[in-house]
Design a protein around this ligand. Structure first.
Ligand code: FES
Length: 252
């Protein structure tokens, strides 16, 4: 049997980066618990458009927990109350009937608000760009077995490759540190033979860019690990710090 619930959505409404924002309450009744939170927002937007009002702006793409587009605070928690789950995969059956959900955008100066729940995460793109390319070999396509990768190596690299770049780790960190995001991106390629050529330089360049962008330092509070929808371990931050130390030893 499909269950139905009622929710009050308290949503941060802000016209633009320069305007003032405020919370507005929207009462939604008779919602199927098979809806995801984003689908509930779709329903709300439909109602707002019918009434001639501006719909709530929120980011989304895959709605399968893999693209990292969605992401905002639900009752103060990045991606909401369910562990290892993105906003788009949060279903109403996991929520209490007649509860109030406060939805607000990531709150960090490195992600300026664009409108409502949408923030500008281009600082993460610039971080990736600062790492450069991993390979400069422009020869023919290499044989599949040219680089031997053990199963353990592949598994470990894959764990860090699961980072979807949603920004939850940064938004949850009291220092707005991008250490977990950057560590995951460095460790993903740095563990594989193909990444060895530029491994240490990449680690150093991306670390430098973190501070240029205004991200804070890591103080080991581990809120990043707790909020990561892909459960990436904060141990990778130590791994990254070792890489940067190694760079300084080898190149200075
Ligand atoms: S919309 Fe792609 S991860 Fe949520």
């Amino acid at each position: 049997m499909i269950k139905r619930i009622s929710l009050t959505l308290r949503i941060w409404r802000q016209e633009s980066h320069c305007s003032e924002g405020k919370f507005e309450d929207y009462f939604m009744k008779d919602l199927s618990t098979n809806l995801s939170l984003l689908e509930a927002l779709d329903k709300l937007n439909h109602q707002l458009i019918v009434k001639g009002q501006r719909p709530v702006n929120f980011d989304h793409d895959c709605r399968e927990g893999i693209c990292g587009s969605c992401g905002f605070l639900v009752n103060g928690q990045a991606h909401g109350p369910q562990n290892a789950t993105t906003c788009c995969q949060l279903y109403l059956r996991k929520l209490q009937d007649e509860s109030t959900l406060t939805l607000e955008p990531w709150r960090t100066k490195t992600f300026p608000i664009i409108q409502d729940l949408v923030v500008d995460r281009s600082s993460l793109d610039r971080l990736i760009v600062s790492g450069g390319f991993c390979s400069v070999d422009t020869g023919k396509v290499p044989d599949a077995n040219e680089f031997k990768v053990s199963q353990q190596q592949a598994f470990s690299a894959f764990q860090t490759a699961t980072c979807i770049g949603c920004g939850a780790c940064i938004a949850s960190c009291r220092n707005s540190s991008a250490s977990l995001f950057t560590a995951a991106k460095i460790a993903h390629l740095g563990q594989l033979p193909q990444g060895q050529l530029s491994r240490l330089k990449r680690a150093q360049a991306m670390n430098k860019q973190m501070f240029i962008e205004g991200f804070g330092s890591c103080s080991n509070n581990l809120d990043c690990e707790a909020s990561c929808p892909k459960e990436i371990s904060a141990n990778w931050i130590s791994w990254m710090n070792n890489e940067v130390r190694q760079y300084k030893k080898d190149f200075s």
